[in-house]
Every structure is written in C-alpha cells, then in structure tokens.
Write a protein that binds this ligand. Structure first.
Ligand SMILES: Cc1cc2nc3c(=O)[nH]c(=O)nc-3n(C[C@H](O)[C@H](O)[C@H](O)COP(=O)(O)OP(=O)(O)OC[C@H]3O[C@@H](n4cnc5c(N)ncnc54)[C@H](O)[C@@H]3O)c2cc1C
Length: 638
C-alpha cells in the first residue's frame, strides 16, 4: 500500500491556494458528463451532494434513513468553530490551526489542519447566507462561546441545536438540487458494498431497506460520507443506526483504515442507568462554559444531597489540576480525570460512576433566565431522562464514547488509497489526530463537503476522464452476487441469539479493554474474546423473517457482523501503538501524575491498516507526520 499524502509544496498558509490553482478544472459544459455517488447525507454528504449538484455534476445520493434530515449530524448540540475573531480575544487562523494540532496531541497532518482553519471562516458565511439562525450578540454580530482546549471564544451556536440548524441549511441546498433533478436522492437505501473496476471505485451495491431490493449503481467516483464507528462500543452518544459498514467494506476492497484506536470519550454524558439502555445521551460540552465539575473530597460524602456538601468539602478537580483551562480542559483529559475521581471512590450516583456539573455559581452570578436562555433545551432533556431539575441540583455526568478520530485514510485531496473513492466528514481520519476538540467535527464535515471536495474531485475527474462502467458489467455482477450471498448466509444460520445481544457483548469487551484506559494484557484478551464471539455469531445468530421486505433484524445483523471484525482491528491498532496520546491512553505509558506519555520518536505517524483477507492478520503501514509549523511539545493545559 502506497501512502502518498500529496501535500502541496510551499509555506503552510499558501498550500491550499496554490493547490487550488494548480488543480485541473472540469469545464462547466463537461461536468454533466460525470456521475458521482455520494453515500451519506449528513453534514459532510449533504454539503457535498448539494455543492456538486450546483456545479453541474450528476449526483446520486444515498442514506439509510427515511430523509436526509435524520442523519446523525442532527444530534450535534454545542456549536461549530471558526476563526472569525469577532470577539477580538486573540483568535486567528493560525491559532485555530495551532489549537487543533495541539488538541489532537500532535498526531494529525499539519497541511490538512491549516486548510480546515482557513476554510472555517467561509463556512460561517455560507451558513448565515442559508439562513442558519446562529445566536447573536445585542449588537447584531454572531455570538461565540468557548469550547474545550481553547482560550478564545470561537464557537458559533444555535442554542443547543447547532447540528440540527446546520443540517437544515445543507438540506435546503440539497433539496433545491433534488428539485432541479441534478441530485437524485435515494432514502432507505443502505450501501452494502463498493464496486471496484481495475482498482478504481466505480460504484456501490445497495439494499432498499423497505422492500429488500438489491441494486447496483455505477459512477465516475464514489464519496463515502458515512459517519463514525463509535457504536462498535454498543453504548455511545451516537444515533443507534450509526455503523462502520460502508467504510469497512471499502477497507476490504483496499482502502487503508487509519488509526482505528483513536476514539473519543466525551466527559459530559448522562451516566449509564441500567442494563436496559441501547444508547447514551450527551450533555453538550458548552455546559462547561458555566458549569463547574466537582466530586466530594471525602468518599463518605458521596451519598449526601450535593446541595448539603459544604464548599470546602468539594474537589473542583479540573480547576485544581488544570488552572489555565479549568473546566474547559480538553475531552480526553477531562474524561480521564472523571474516571480517576470515580476509581478513587469519590464518584456519585448509582454505581459511583458519576461526577457533578454544577450551575449554582453561574445561576447566582447571571440569573436562572440567562442560563435557561443559553442551555434551556439541554436542561429539559436532562430532566426528562433523569427526573432531576439541574437548575436546583447539580447534573450528574460521566464519560461515554462519542466520536471517532480514526477512519479511512485520505490524502490531501480526501481520496482513499482506492482511486476514485473519497471519504469525507467523520468517516475519514484526517484532521483531528488523537483527540478532536469540541465543535470541530461540524467544521470539518462542512469544510470537506462545501469547500474541499468540489476542487479536489474536479482534479481527479479531469485526469481520469469520463467513463463510468455499465451496471451490467462483470465486476458489478460479482459484487451483486457477493452481497446476496452474504445476506443469505446471515438469514440461514438459524441459531438462537439475536444480533443485538452480540452487539451488546462486543460493546462490553470494547469498553472494558479498549475504553478510557487500555493495556497490553487487556487488549490481547479483547482480541481473543472478539474472535470467539465472532465465531459464535456465525454459528448461533438468529435473524427472523426474510430479505425480501423490511427486516430490521437483518439490517442490524449485517452491521454487527462488520463491527465484530472491525472491533478486532481497533484493538490491534491500540495494541501496536505503544504510547499514550489523546483519546488513546495506554496505562503502561503515563507520567507519575497520570498524564499521557507520547513517544514521538517511534509513533509520530498515522497507522494505516491494509486488509489481507479473512484468514490473514492485516498489515500495518505508516504515514510519518512532520511538524514544521507547530513545535512538537508535551501537551499541557496546566
Ligand atoms: C450527541 C452528539 C453531539 C455532537 N455535538 C457536536 C457539536 O456540537 N459540534 C461538533 O462539531 N460536533 C458534534 N458532534 C459530532 C458531529 O455531530 C459528527 O461528527 C458529525 O455530525 C458527523 O457528520 P457526518 O456527515 O460525517 O456523518 P453523519 O451525520 O453521521 O451522517 C452519516 C450519513 O451516512 C449515511 N450512511 C451511513 N452508512 C451508510 C450506508 N452503509 N449506506 C447508506 N448510507 C449510509 C447515513 O444515512 C447518514 O446520512 C456531536 C456528536 C454527537 C453524537
């Protein structure tokens, strides 16, 4: 596998402009000769499909929900970053670039991150023009708040519904293209395989989830905008349908999978309340602008009403340990600190797996109405789930799986190692290194979709020339047959155990051994247990019904089958990365006071996995990362 990142020459601030100028263009009249498949219609896919349609390409766009408006992006709450510097508090493109590289624990590609910071300012303009109702200051300018890992306020927001409003903006743009016929939208259609012809991505195979139809679609290029794989852990803040299938199928066809072990655990989620849950709920990081995190200093006080615990008996541990960033320490660091406090016996709530997020100071300083205005819907959501009123009593929160920094390896053009197959948004590995800063995922998805792919795909198409293959071609037929066989295999096992039960079991293994803290012994154990579970799955799975109609069990079984293979890859990656960085915390590599210890000499690289067949161990390749503009340093938020 050749990993050529295709980073343009020149100073970092000029790379993107130079690249755009030197990229080939497809002239307007020729664009209609090209067909592009976009899988996914969340922020990344919706933005890409709308923009490519507007440019004049013929686009087929797919999602498994019944409307693009239900993509998981809609769940995003807190905000989207941009280096507008409206606050005059010291922000700049370079500072956003610097914060992101440092926040990612020096494991991302500088050139991509700089482009992201540059493009961030255009995103806000475009979204405002679409009518996205961002919060405003009294003078009319857009308002900002702070997010973790930054000492400036650069996060734009629409109450606690930023993802929803941004998605409605992208959806409006997409709807216009659907109405003109430039984009054909295929809802309830799940991609089950990629079609490659002579090594190039030329199409996909889908199953219509409503009637079971299996169909092939061909095009000149395929864009995978299919989101992250956090649900490998079963319980996460992701929508229940989020899965790894599209990316994993591309991996099996030769797309390198980068850094699968980089998973983000978000510190502010509603704690697990029992065995019955199928998902967890995020309380946005924005709450840490005004909420203070603490646990009782004495373990004996954990069962008391928090309002009865005197100030002197509270440990505001983030403020104590990280005075410069305090409650806005980045996610990986805040999550580990919460775990540490709970491991110390000072956790609160059922099972002692919770810490307090307390708004009483902010309420006495600003008044309840201001807090209600800023976060009202989040407080309401919290009350619905826990039955507690967080205006009167601190919220209880605990870390949960939330986001995945790993994903399909892409070069500077967002192309995977399969020519013609691109990956955008959370599905790629590109910009966040080992830890994503809050409010940067929406920025990346929209950057990829609105501003990067329209240029880079033009260069690919202009070089490759028009020529999508026929849906009746031999390679397409083989791919179709393979998908049918795989579905039949799932339906014919006729065992006793549901795919949900396998998924839950996998999640327990992953959380136990590849969660907030990992070690060699545990990861080896996890790999063995996942292999056993997978073997059992293929002998004992039960999928009721048939493939010829709506069958939710069949859908789930297919996704769980891929998670069962992918989970092993994630653990392998975690095992081979003998260092701690960002969200990947190996217990063997830490300082005396529990901070992550990186090994820049041996691991300043992206690890990229190549599929070698079901019977072989995948091969690990590396893309060395160079830091010419940000000095490699120990990441400190103290
Ligand atoms: C609760 C929550 C809150 C968040 N809040 C923020 C925030 O405030 N700020 C921030 O920056 N980030 C936030 N994030 C992260 C952010 O929401 C996501 O990273 C981002 O929305 C992902 O967008 P995407 O377009 O890449 O993928 P998604 O929105 O997940 O879209 C994936 C699309 O792919 C389709 N798809 C997937 N697989 C297939 C298949 N096999 N066949 C066909 N279609 C398929 C789906 O139907 C969907 O349309 C949050 C995440 C969560 C979980």
């Amino acid at each position: 596998m050749i990993l050529d990142a295709k980073i343009p020459d020149g100073p970092i601030s000029e790379k993107w402009d130079n690249h755009r100028f030197s990229s080939k263009l497809v002239n307007p009249a020729n664009k209609r000769k090209y067909k592009i498949i976009v899988v996914g219609s969340g922020l990344a896919g919706g933005a890409a499909a709308a923009t490519l349609g507007e440019l004049g390409y013929n686009v087929d766009c797919f999602c498994y929900q019944d409307t693009p408006r239900r993509a998981h992006s809609i769940a995003a709450q807190g905000g989207i970053n941009a280096a507008k510097n409206y606050q005059n508090d010291g922000d700049s493109i370079h500072r956003l670039f610097y914060d992101t590289v440092k926040g990612g624990d020096f494991r991302s590609r500088e050139a991509n991150v700089h482009r992201l910071a540059q493009v961030s300012v255009n995103i806000i303009d475009q979204c405002v023009a679409q009518g996205v109702p961002f919060a405003r200051e009294y003078g009319g300018l857009l308002a900002n708040r702070s997010f973790g890992g930054a000492q400036v306020s650069r996060t734009f927001y629409a109450r606690g519904q930023t993802g929803q409003q941004l998605l409605l903006g992208a959806y409006s743009a997409l709807s216009r293209q659907i109405a003109t016929g430039q984009v054909k939208m295929h809802t309830r259609c799940e991609m089950l395989d990629l079609v490659t012809v002579q090594g190039h991505a030329k199409g996909i195979i889908t199953r219509n989830l409503a009637n079971g139809d299996i169909k092939a679609w061909t095009a000149d290029a395929v864009l995978l905008c299919t989101g992250g794989y956090g649900n490998a852990y079963y319980l996460s803040t992701n929508a229940v349908g989020c899965n790894v299938t599209a990316a994993f199928r591309a991996y099996r066809h030769g797309a390198g999978f980068a850094n699968p072990c980089y998973t983000q655990i978000h510190p502010t989620c509603i704690p697990v309340s029992g065995d019955h849950q199928s998902k967890l709920t995020l309380m946005s990081e924005s709450l840490r602008n005004d909420g203070r995190v603490w646990v009782p200093t004495n373990a004996d006080d954990c069962s008391l009403n928090p309002n009865d615990i005197p100030e002197d008996d509270r440990d505001y541990y983030l403020e104590r340990k990280y005075p410069s960033f305090g409650n806005l320490a980045p996610r990986d660091i805040s999550s580990r600190s919460a775990k540490e406090a709970c491991d110390d016996g000072r956790g609160v709530g059922s099972g002692g797996r919770g810490v307090y997020l307390d708004f009483s100071d902010a309420i006495s300083r600003l008044g309840e109405s201001t807090i209600r205005e800023r976060y009202g819907n989040l407080f309401q959501m919290y009350e619905r789930i826990t039955g507690e009123n967080a205006y009167q009593r601190p919220m209880r929160i605990y870390p949960a799986i939330h986001y995945t920094m790993g994903g399909l390896w892409v070069d500077y053009n967002l192309m995977t190692t399969i020519p013609g197959c691109f990956a955008l948004g959370e599905a790629n590995f590109s910009d966040h290194g080992a830890n994503r800063l809050g409010a940067s995922a929406l920025m990346q998805g929209l950057s990829d979709g609105y501003f990067v792919i329209p240029y880079t795909i033009g260069d690919y198409l202009a070089n490759a020339g028009a020529g999508s293959v026929s849906p009746d071609g031999p390679e397409v037929k083989v791919a179709l047959d393979n998908v049918k066989q795989r579905l039949d295999a799932l339906l014919s096992i006729d065992g006793k155990r549901t795919s949900r039960s396998y998924h839950k079991h996998l999640g327990q293994i992953m959380w136990e051994y590849a969660g907030m803290a990992r070690n060699e012994k545990g990861l080896k154990k996890a790999i063995g247990e996942i292999q056993d579970l997978r073997e059992d799955f293929h002998k004992n799975l039960q999928v009721p019904g048939s493939g010829e109609s709506l069958n939710i069990e069949l859908e789930r079984a297919g996704r769980v089958r891929d998670f069962l293979q992918f989970g092993e890859l994630l653990c392998r990656d975690a095992l081979d990365r003998n260092e701690s960085c960002g969200g990947h915390f190996r217990e063997e590599y830490q300082t005396d006071d529990g901070e992550a210890t990186r090994d820049d000499e041996n691991f300043a690289h992206a690890a990229v996995w190549e599929f070698n067949g079901d019977e072989e161990t995948p091969q690990r390749h590396v893309e060395d990362l160079q830091f010419d503009n940000v000095k490699l340093a120990v990441r400190s938020y103290k």
